[in-house]
Design a protein around this ligand. Structure first.
Ligand SMILES: Nc1nc2c(c(=O)[nH]1)N[C@H]1C(S)=C(S)[C@@H](COP(=O)(O)OP(=O)(O)OC[C@H]3O[C@@H](n4cnc5c(=O)[nH]c(N)nc54)[C@H](O)[C@@H]3O)O[C@H]1N2
Ligand SMILES: Nc1nc2c(c(=O)[nH]1)N[C@H]1C(S)=C(S)[C@@H](COP(=O)(O)OP(=O)(O)OC[C@H]3O[C@@H](n4cnc5c(=O)[nH]c(N)nc54)[C@H](O)[C@@H]3O)O[C@H]1N2
Ligand SMILES: [Mo]
Length: 749
């Protein structure tokens, strides 16, 4: 196949030069001698492919990839998507280096000297699959079921076809699944209690907002394509307020910044709600005609909440709370972007409910340019063909048919009699340690890096010792791979077919295979097929997964009429001309004000929430109590997508070293100077790192950004425990995790 694109112009070429310049080692290098004039860009010299960034990121960018002589030369953001708008983030531009990194896992390997020994031996795919299949059959023989085999998979690759990993497990039998998400579950449940679903406005409609509160999100780093809408709204006269315990780069772009006390946002929102009430600024039509429970909520506010109290709890001056509340109410429309960072607390769901209530009272739900924006899954209606697989005849599983859930698990699983065994993804270590009848014996890890991203690393170390076999499907030699027996090399997005949508914007992107798989890498569904061949060779009928797969055909099988209709396309092939956007009746979610709650209305008072053990009203809930002098925040960094990208040499040029950020006054009290080596420690572990002094953080707060450095022994999970957030179990199968309710001390070493 050869397709040319003539309108990409010099833009992509220049970006290509920029990116190649840092390495200069790719085959077919585009570098020109310093003195000569650059030749005009000749797009016809390239094959151009459509790709989509499958990382767990708001932006899920539409990519155009330029291939010459079978080599990916450079990438650019697709200009057709008004969201991606021709640009990628620093990580996206580094993709060519990720593909061609010398550090990639190239072939299957076994760690013969035992986990952590570093004594790896190369295996053929057949050998690797034989060893794995033998172990699976051995477990089935010993236990009479496959519940001793666990799958942990999360968000390393969000392409729809990759749900074939779950499919592979189902095709073997009933297994143990790590369900839930560390990402956003408390907020999902909160929005479900209030609105009946999580559904947000098109982010592009933020340009219509007259007042924008970015509440516990950092889009300047984590959703950089959304920033243009904030800027455009500001240009049109909107005011932007950022609420965050850290003075972030997003905060630096705002008109007003509130450096809130961590976990005190619920009190703040309730104070703002009380002021709306006092000033007669409540949208009467909304609370009377489209909501239930408002009178009870108003009563709660009058009896329990004052602006002064909110100020005391949150640290934001009462005068400012009043001023902002009045401005927000006067601005029509006004919106709140509720960040995921904000709900990673023991009271995270309760805080989201308070913010929802404030937005609802102000009359901004169901309004273009308004809304309590959190996320959506409105464009995810694929077939999940790869995921939905049948267990072999006679499979035995967990008694009962509940089946595990997950935020993207639309099909669920289980027969009338049996289901998989669901355990909590946010307590990986504890669940492995606690699993009984049968114990977990084998773990399959895919699209996930537990030793970098899961909680209480030392406990995880102990837990893994219980496992008889660990298989990792990976691209790089992560710490998790080091804790594995067998590693299987996975393709990257450019080496396989897929299709992608976002949980934030409303675009749909095709992901074409642009280059041949590198080395001996296979896609996740090809690995499933290889396992199926081995299983059936050894015991016919023991695995129902197809033994041969065609990646393109399987991608096509994910489409249906609903998707075509929603995006206004005739066929998936239309996406070869560029991504498509959902045809929305309005850019406002809930524009018909028909809510999916039991009452069909917005629920200030949720009986369902009460039934699940929480307050019916969005009442104030205090956050986890401090157990050490400093609160530790470990949010997301600009140069990484979790454990991905900072391990590349190109990225090391931008981000060579991690730091712990500490306020100068706190540093002084501890005798810590700029760039001193320090120990950050708690009862569960420690991290050694250099300190950077900054007034961007509060005096009782330390910040370390999560990331994986290939040459450094740095891991924030040494000091982040697995304490649960309040909500999340209803919709995602397990509560969230209180990532930002961590307490540590610090000393110079
Ligand atoms: N302390 C702290 N911990 C956190 C967070 C935090 O803020 N602070 N954030 C949490 C959040 S929000 C999230 S979403 C999680 C993310 O946790 P994970 O989903 O585990 O994160 P990633 O590092 O993005 O991806 C994991 C691995 O997937 C691999 N991978 C990429 N593509 C493929 C593929 O096609 N196939 C296979 N088999 N593997 C692939 C990557 O190489 C990477 O090693 O971390 C959570 N953990
Ligand atoms: N560059 C980059 N982009 C990413 C990611 C990445 O790792 N790197 N990860 C992707 C993923 S998986 C996710 S989930 C999203 C996350 O996107 P965000 O939610 O924007 O990211 P976080 O950095 O987790 O948290 C945002 C902010 O929440 C703040 N915060 C923590 N506790 C509180 C609190 O109690 N109150 C308030 N008001 N603020 C609080 C933190 O200080 C932080 O600045 O980003 C996605 N995009
Ligand atoms: Mo996330």
């Amino acid at each position: 196949m050869k397709r040319f694109d003539h309108d990409s112009g010099r833009r992509g070429f220049l970006k290509g030069l920029l990116s190649l310049g840092a390495a200069g080692a790719l085959p077919g290098s585009l570098l020109v001698p310093a003195k000569s004039q650059a030749a005009p860009f000749d797009a016809s010299a390239y094959q151009v492919f459509r790709n989509a960034c499958p990382r767990n990121c708001y932006d899920t960018c539409s990519i155009k990839s330029y291939v010459k002589d079978g080599v990916l030369q450079f990438v650019e953001g697709a200009p057709e998507s008004t969201y991606t708008k021709g640009s990628l983030c620093v990580k996206g531009y580094a993709y060519p280096r990720r593909i061609y990194s010398p550090d990639r896992i190239k072939y299957p390997m076994i760690q013969e000297g035992g986990r952590g020994s570093g004594k790896w031996r190369r295996l053929s795919w057949d050998e690797a699959m034989d060893i794995i299949a033998d172990k699976i059959l051995d477990i089935k023989k010993r236990d009479g079921s496959l519940l001793g085999l666990g799958l942990t998979k999360y968000s390393g690759q969000f392409g729809i076809v990759n749900y074939g990993v779950e499919g592979m497990m189902s095709s073997l039998g009933y297994t143990t699944r790590f369900v839930g998400t560390p990402c956003w579950p408390a907020g999902i449940d909160a929005q479900n209690y209030d609105l009946g679903d999580m559904w947000c406005n098109d982010p592009e409609d933020m340009v219509k907002s007259k007042y924008i509160i970015v509440w516990g999100a950092n889009p300047a780093w984590c959703s950089m394509h959304s920033m243009k809408y904030l800027y455009e709204a500001k240009r049109r006269g909107a005011k932007v307020l950022v609420i965050d315990p850290i003075f972030t780069q997003t905060a630096a772009k705002a008109d007003v910044f509130w450096q809130v006390r961590t976990g005190a946002d619920g009190a703040l929102a309730l104070g703002m709600a009380r002021h709306l009430l006092d000033m007669g600024l409540v949208d009467k039509d909304f609370v009377e005609n489209h909501a239930v429970g408002f009178e009870e909520f108003a009563d709660y506010l009058r009896k329990n909440v004052t602006v002064e109290w909110a100020s005391e709890v949150s640290g934001i001056p009462a005068s400012e709370i009043r001023e902002v509340t009045e401005e927000f109410a006067a601005a029509k429309p006004a919106t709140v972007w509720i960040g995921y960072g904000m709900q990673r607390h023991t009271n995270g769901g309760a805080m989201v409910r308070s913010i929802d209530a404030f937005v609802a009272m102000s009359g901004n739900i169901g309004v273009e340019g308004g809304g309590a924006r959190y996320g959506h899954l409105a464009t995810w209606g694929f077939n999940y063909h790869a995921m939905v697989q049948k267990q072999p005849e006679g499979s035995v599983g967990f008694a009962g048919a509940s089946g595990p859930k997950g935020e993207f698990d639309f099909a669920g699983g289980g027969s009338a009699k049996y289901s998989d065994r669901a355990v909590n993804i946010n307590k990986t270590a504890q669940e492995i340690l606690d699993a009984r009848d049968p114990e977990l014996k084998m773990l399959w890890i895919s699209c996930k890096n537990p030793f970098a991203q899961d909680f209480d690393r030392n406990k995880l170390e102990r837990a893994f010792k219980k496992l008889e076999m660990v298989v990792s499907v990976e691209q790089f030699f992560t710490e998790t791979v080091k804790h594995s027996d067998i590693v299987l090399p996975a393709t990257t997005l450019f080496e396989e077919w897929n299709v992608n949508v976002s949980y934030w914007h409303y675009w749909l992107s095709l992901n074409e295979q642009a280059i041949k798989p590198m080395h001996e890498a296979k896609s996740n569904i090809e690995i499933a097929a290889a396992l199926s061949r081995a299983m059936n060779r050894k015991e016919p009928g023991s695995c129902t997964f197809a033994q041969e797969v065609d990646g393109k055909e399987w991608m096509v099988k994910e489409f249906n009429k609903g998707i075509y209709g929603l995006f206004g396309i005739e066929s998936w092939e239309d996406l070869r001309n560029g991504p498509a956007k959902a045809k929305l009746a309005s850019s406002a979610s809930w524009n018909e004000k028909k809510f999916r709650t039991p009452s069909g209305k917005y629920e200030f008072k949720s009986d369902l929430c009460a039934k699940n053990g929480f307050k019916a009203l969005p009442e104030y809930v205090e956050v986890r109590k401090a157990t050490a002098p400093f609160r530790l925040l470990t949010p997301h960094v600009q140069y990484a997508l979790h454990s991905q990208f900072v391990n590349l040499d190109w990225m090391e040029a931008f981000y060579p070293e991690p730091y712990v950020f500490i306020h100068p006054d706190a540093a002084k009290a501890k005798g810590i100077g700029e760039l001193d080596m320090v120990r950050v420690f708690s009862s569960i572990g420690e991290v050694k790192v250099r300190a950077k002094l900054t007034k961007n953080v509060q005096k009782d707060c330390l910040v370390m950004y999560e990331a994986w450095f290939r040459k450094l022994d740095f891991n924030v999970q040494n000091v982040v425990d697995d304490c649960a957030a309040d909500m999340g179990a209803m919709k995602t199968g397990a509560p969230g995790v209180a990532i930002h309710d961590q307490f540590v001390d610090i000393e110079r070493i």
